[in-house]
Design a protein around this ligand. Sequence first.
Ligand code: DC
Length: 228
Amino acid sequence: MKKIIIAIDGHSACGKSTLAKALGNALGYTYISTGDMYRAVTLYFIENQIAIDDNEAVAHALKHIHLQFKTDENGNHIHLNGRDVSGEIRKMHVAELVSPVATIPAVRREMVRQQQAMGQQKGVVMDGRDIGTVVFPNAELKIFLTAQADERARRRFEEQKAKGHADSLEAIKQNLLDRDRIDASRADSPLRQAEDAVLIDNTHLNHEQQLDIALDLVRERVREESGN
Ligand code: DC
């Protein structure tokens, strides 16, 4: 079966990486959560006290940040300079700073460069905010995912609770609304639905239902690409 690039963009905490991961497993594609990359950069900035408005310090720091995805039976883990930070980057101190960090053009340039390199062989499903608009404007399938904010906050809360540590529902909702606002209003590659993206609102869909919809879209695009 011909391999394509699948770009999934959308609002914060609406299940983009859940869908990307499920598609990756179903299709044997590599899945990349680009939000993890911005979060790992943010963690590096916090740990090394990099002021985000200091262009020189940011440029210097970017040269010392090495990101790698490693897959094991528990999924895809991001490593920051050799350290698995996939748990740490989901915490609130990172969530609160990641959107401001993701507005920095030098940071975006470097992340986009790495993401484009990862997609060279196709057979990739990537989720983020600018995948269909900037990283892979020619992706064969673009999905724009969203859900109502209350439902998104509730899901994130339940996810954290299951892991044994949960912020308050109100703090989670406020954080995701703040991130949506900053992500959609920044000057450099703001979050927006690409004109040729398919909109999916998963407020009332479960995982299987959204995966089925996405797999139908994949099959359709692969057929088109194969000229049938
Ligand atoms: O997908 P996520 O919620 O883990 O992403 C965290 C933040 O990173 C998000 O609020 C905005 C930023 N981001 C981005 O600007 N561009 C991307 N392609 C992915 C994430």
